[in-house]
Write a protein that binds this ligand. Structure first.
Ligand code: RB5
Length: 159
């Protein structure tokens, strides 16, 4: 079976947790690409959210993980990108529901809100939970329709 590909990014506030997550993945069957940041030097979450979200959108990877201090900045940016459903999760329950009901394709974590070991549990839950499909499909389709409408308004057809 092909390995699941994951793109992982953080700003400086998420740098330590990103290191822990890379350790977690060491003996797991995933292909993880580390998109930075690579030090504790101040950086801007928008840069990493863009890289990861575009890779998910373009299907270069299957899923994305983004970390900043609160996870809020990362989720705001990632959700601007077409086809992205980024979920900021601070509990395992949120992680589970964001996969079951929302088919979230990016997980955002808040390194300053939640202890590293708890964030790892949230990540684990998120990775192991499959989308439920069923009644949730039509709800996701409404998101896609909204995105298409916004895109049309952004690039209006010239008559
Ligand atoms: C950086 O200080 C902090 O603002 C950032 O990591 C994030 O929490 C933004 O949402």
């Amino acid at each position: 079976m092909e390995k699941i590909k994951i793109s992982l990014g953080s700003d400086h506030a998420g740098f330590d947790l990103k290191k822990e997550i890379l350790k977690y993945f060491r003996d797991k069957d995933y292909l993880v690409s580390d998109e930075g940041t690579y030090s504790l030097q101040r950086s801007d979450y928008a840069d990493y959210a863009k890289i990861v979200a575009e890779k998910v959108r373009d299907k270069v990877v299957d899923k994305g993980i983004l970390i900043c201090g609160t996870g809020i900045g990362m989720s705001i940016v990632a959700n601007k990108i077409h086809k992205i459903r980024a979920s900021l999760c601070v509990t395992e329950y949120m992680a589970e529901m964001s996969r079951l009901h929302n088919d979230a394709n990016i997980l955002c974590l808040g390194a300053r809100l939640v202890e590293n070991n708890q964030n790892i549990l949230i990540l684990q839950k998120w990775l192991e939970t499959e989308f439920e499909g069923d009644r949730h499909i039509k709800r996701l389709k409404k998101i896609t329709l909204l995105e298409q409408k916004i895109q049309k308004n952004f690039h209006p057809k010239k008559n």
